[in-house]
Design a protein around this ligand. Structure first.
Ligand SMILES: [Ca+2]
Ligand SMILES: [Ca+2]
Ligand SMILES: [Ca+2]
Length: 101
């Protein structure tokens, strides 16, 4: 399976990011350079949506946690941020399998 090309940027916590970086992020969202699909102020390319349990990787543990929340509205397990935990979220984890970058 060929992996899609991903923009690799360093991950950073919003609260401790320098003000200039946070302003840059807001501008990126505003001008359409970047998306913030879950609206938490952290750019999508800086997040790891496949990592449901927060251990730094997308793997079978995340799928198990997703299954515990099957059919719910999220946010736990809703890796696609569409308000439903379903097969699309499992496919997202499979597409983004492995350590978060
Ligand atoms: Ca975000
Ligand atoms: Ca994980
Ligand atoms: Ca979803």
């Amino acid at each position: 399976m060929e992996k899609s090309l991903k923009v690799v940027k360093p991950k950073f916590p919003t609260a401790s990011a320098p003000l200039a970086q946070r302003v840059d992020d807001v501008l990126d969202i505003w001008d359409g350079t970047s998306q913030d699909s879950n609206n938490d102020g952290v750019l999508d390319e800086c997040e790891c949506f496949a990592d449901v349990n927060g251990d730094g990787a997308g793997n079978v543990l995340d799928i198990l946690m997703l299954l515990e929340n099957w059919g719910q509205t999220g946010p736990i397990g809703d890796t696609t941020n569409d308000g439903t935990v379903n097969v699309d979220d499992i496919l997202y984890i499979l597409d983004n399998w492995g350590a978060c970058t």
